[in-house]
Structure formats: structure tokens, C-alpha cells
Design a protein around this ligand. Structure first.
Ligand code: ZN
Length: 457
């Protein structure tokens, strides 16, 4: 350890006590993690670190998929796990004020106790922290209805690189008083400031939930169906998840973990769900809307769920991505393309994968959000060439003017791909913002941009 780092650590131990400075044996994380218990302590930590030029990696629930919480040099880790209080549920204004280290699922449950909904749901809900979710602008399964995290954050408290605490704990939905500062930090992956507290907008808890799995023969019908459902469910459509046959047929295979609710072999399977307020009426209208979609030829087969366990069984099919690891090595991609370009994109991916002998090519995703997940690799591990797979996939995304990251962020994993989706002018503005807010580059350095890129900008 360098002399300056040990001097910094000595000051930090004095500030936080021994329990606030923990060593972690982990290959990817910093070996020392700071655990402050208040915003004031976070501020003091950053004052000490910026004076010494000591870099910091903020660490949430470690469920991120872009390596945004990994160590790249000799950073110290900063975990807000002790700052996990739900400070207030304001039922009059329907907001929740919560510290950044709170686990997402606990925030959900707290809202539910007041018959309210925090409309952010994702697979890692039991370990992800709300601070990490906000810092990465998480997406998940209800984006089509409620938007991404940035659509549900009303206010933030952030500590800047120099220790300045910026409290922007707004509770009002409308507040056009100049620049919307909170949006600088949402999705910035901890590179512009450390998020310490959040005000979320809460929604009424839904009273009804209607779920169905539909078979659709051609992509034009998938697109029509999306607009049809969106237009005939009075704003209650909360999921429109599409699985292509390589996904569905594998997950529901003979001897697998899931029984097929519909026969295998269709061109598309669409999991649709509405969240409403009137159980009896919503179930009827859901059924009618789907019946009409079948009459009009958009849907060739359908199964409606009648119980929570049937509903869970459908979602377990959609969520069982781990079941693909039996096939062989692959890269799980998270990309966006607009819906009107999606059919051409998927055709190019399939044909190109076949030509390049990538014989794992599985496509599924949140189609209503333009977000596809593509698993691309080789059944035979010896033929797997991750660089070739990445180059092929991202070349195709760029050709279709898509986004190299839909909901997983940039971190280290997609840093090199950023110019494919963002213009030089956009990248320059981003780097300018980084330099202004973090002139010594101590906040999560090497994420989104390399240290060298920032220095040269
Ligand atoms: Zn996803």
C-alpha cells in the first residue's frame, strides 16, 4: 500500500472507527470498504479523499451487470449499507424518503404497508440497494407502465467529490426552477457524486392483475398487438415481454424445469399483464380485448392465468435466464433498437450468428421498451470467441442506430462501445460535466470513461 493511501486510511479510521473500515477479500472489489453511517460521514470521507487524491468506488448490492462496482486501480470501496433507513412514508403526498443503502425489497414492503406501490421491480430486488438502482437508472419489468428509475425519483441528496452536500429533496411532481440537477446523478453510476438519500414518488397499490401468454405468428402482428393492447387497456398495460422460439422452446423443453403453457413451435410468445383497480371488470375486459385480438388474427393461441400460482409459472418461464447456462458459454447482451427496426435487426442477428457459427442465439426482451436481451455464444466452449461475438453484436446495433446499453448501464463492460451510441458532441459534454464535478477524478474512475479519456478531453 502506498504511503499516501495508508495516511488517508489512518484519517478515515479516526473518522469512522474500526467498524467503519472493513477489509474484504474479493478479487473484483476494493480490498478496503468504508461504511459510513451518515451523510456527514460521507461528506467527511470525500473531503479527506479529495485532499489526498484517493479514489473511491461506490458499492451497492453488487447486483449490477456492467462491473460498475469493480476495482480498477487502488480505490477504496464506499458502501452505504449502514445508511439503510426508510425515513418517511408521506401518505398525503405519496412519497417515500429513504437512505441509499436500503434494500429495494424492504422499500417495496414498507410502501405496501401503506397500500402504496414503489413501481420498480427487478430480479435482484432482495440484494440491490435503492442507491445503486438510482445510480444506474435501473429498468426492470414494469417500465412500460411506470418508466425507469429516473421517472420515479422526485428528489435526491448527493455528496459531491469535494464533500459538498447538495440537498435536493423535492417532493413536488412539478418543479421547473432551473436545471433538473437530480437527473445529472441518476444513471451516472457514481461518477459525478454519491447519492445518499432519495425521495421516490409512490403509486396506488393495484387491485387487479391479469396475465396471459400469447402465441403470435409474425412480427408485424407483435407490433400491432402492442399498440392494440396499449390502446384498449386504459393505461393499465404493465408488461409486454416477448420471447422468440429459441428462448421458449429451450425453457419449456422435454425434461426441463417448466411445463409449456402453450405448445412449442410458434414464432413469438408474448407475456402480457395489466395492473388495474377493479378486479371483476378488469378480468372481463382483459379477456374481451384478447378475444378480439385473436379474432383480428393478431394472436394465434392464448392462455390466461386464473391463479397466482399460474401467474408465477408464466413469469418463472420468462425469468429463468440461468437455464441457458447448460447450453455453453455466451455473452448476455442488453441493447435497444426502435420497434420499427426490430424485425430487420433480429433477422440480421440470426443470419449473422449462423454464418459465424455462434450456435447459441437466444432473443427475448421488454419489447414495449425497445429493449432486447440477446444471448450469443457457442455450445462448444473451445470455439467461443467473446471478442468476435461482441464485435458482431455491437456492429449490428450501431448499424440499426440502437443503444449498446438499454438498462444495465456502461460501467467497465460497455465503455469501449459508448461511441457507437453517442455522438462526439454528446461524449464531450459528458466528460466536461465529469471534469467540472470531479476535477481530480476520484469518483468511480474508469467507469463510463477511462481516466485517460477524461484527462485528454
Ligand atoms: Zn431486462
Amino acid at each position: 500500500m502506498s504511503e499516501s493511501k495508508s495516511a488517508v486510511l489512518e484519517q478515515l479510521r479516526e473518522l469512522l472507527g474500526d467498524s467503519g473500515v472493513r477489509e474484504t477479500p474479493d478479487d473484483f472489489l476494493p480490498d478496503i470498504i468504508l461504511k459510513p453511517s451518515s451523510t456527514e460521514e460521507v461528506s467527511e470521507i470525500l473531503k479527506i479523499c479529495s485532499a489526498a487524491g484517493q479514489a473511491i468506488v461506490p458499492i451497492g448490492g453488487k447486483s449490477g451487470l456492467a462491473s460498475g462496482h469493480h476495482q480498477t486501480d487502488s480505490e477504496l470501496g464506499l458502501s452505504l449499507e449502514r445508511m439503510n433507513a426508510i425515513e418517511e412514508i408521506d401518505t398525503a403526498n405519496r412519497t417515500m424518503t429513504v437512505q441509499a443503502g436500503c434494500i429495494l425489497q424492504l422499500a417495496h414492503e414498507a410502501a405496501e404497508e401503506h397500500d402504496l406501490l414503489l413501481p420498480l421491480d427487478l430480479g435482484a430486488r432482495g440484494s440491490a440497494t435503492v442507491g445503486g438502482n438510482v445510480a444506474t437508472n435501473a429498468g426492470g419489468n414494469m417500465v412500460i407502465r411506470y418508466g425507469m428509475v429516473r421517472d420515479m425519483v422526485l428528489g435526491l441528496e448527493v455528496v459531491l467529490a469535494d464533500g459538498t452536500v447538495v440537498s435536493s429533496m423535492n417532493k413536488m411532481l412539478k418543479n421547473n426552477t432551473g436545471y433538473d440537477l437530480k437527473q445529472w446523478f441518476i444513471g451516472a453510476e457514481g461518477t459525478l457524486g454519491i447519492i445518499t438519500r432519495v425521495v421516490f414518488r409512490l403509486r396506488p397499490q393495484p387491485r387487479s392483475q391479469n396475465t396471459a401468454l400469447l402465441a403470435v405468428d409474425d412480427f408485424a402482428s407483435v407490433r400491432r398487438l402492442l399498440h392494440w393492447l396499449d390502446g384498449h387497456t386504459a393505461g393499465t398495460l404493465s408488461a409486454f415481454e416477448v420471447m422468440w422460439p429459441e428462448f421458449y422452446d429451450h425453457i419449456t423443453r422435454e425434461g426441463g424445469n417448466h411445463t409449456p403453457p402453450l405448445p412449442r413451435g410458434s414464432a413469438h410468445y408474448v407475456l402480457v399483464e395489466t395492473l388495474g383497480s377493479n378486479p371483476a371488470a378488469d378480468a372481463d375486459s382483459f379477456e374481451n380485448v384478447l378475444a378480439e385480438a385473436m379474432e383480428q388474427g393478431m394472436v394465434s393461441d392464448a392462455v390466461l392465468t386464473r391463479s397466482q400460482s399460474e401467474r408465477n409459472a408464466l413469469w418463472e418461464i420468462r425469468d429463468d435466464v440461468l437455464d441457458f447456462f447448460v447450453l455453453g458459454p455466451f455473452i448476455p447482451f442488453d441493447i435497444s433498437v426502435t420497434v420499427d427496426r426490430m424485425e430487420g435487426f433480429i433477422g440480421d442477428i440470426r443470419r449473422g450468428a449462423e454464418a459465424a457459427n455462434f450456435d447459441i442465439c437466444v432473443i427475448f426482451g421488454h419489447l414495449g421498451d425497445c429493449n432486447l436481451h440477446v444471448l450469443l455464444g457457442n455450445r462448444d466452449a473451445a470455439s467461443f470467441d467473446p471478442e468476435a461475438v461482441e464485435a458482431f453484436l455491437y456492429d449490428t446495433v450501431e448499424r440499426y442506430q440502437g443503444s449498446v446499453s438499454a438498462e444495465h448501464g456502461v460501467g467497465l463492460a460497455k465503455r469501449a462501445q459508448l461511441p457507437r451510441s453517442r455522438s462526439p458532441e454528446e461524449l464531450r459534454l459528458m466528460m466536461g460535466l465529469k471534469k467540472m464535478l470531479d476535477p481530480d477524478n476520484i469518483l468511480n474512475p474508469n467507469k463510463i470513461f477511462t481516466v485517460d479519456q477524461i484527462a485528454a478531453s
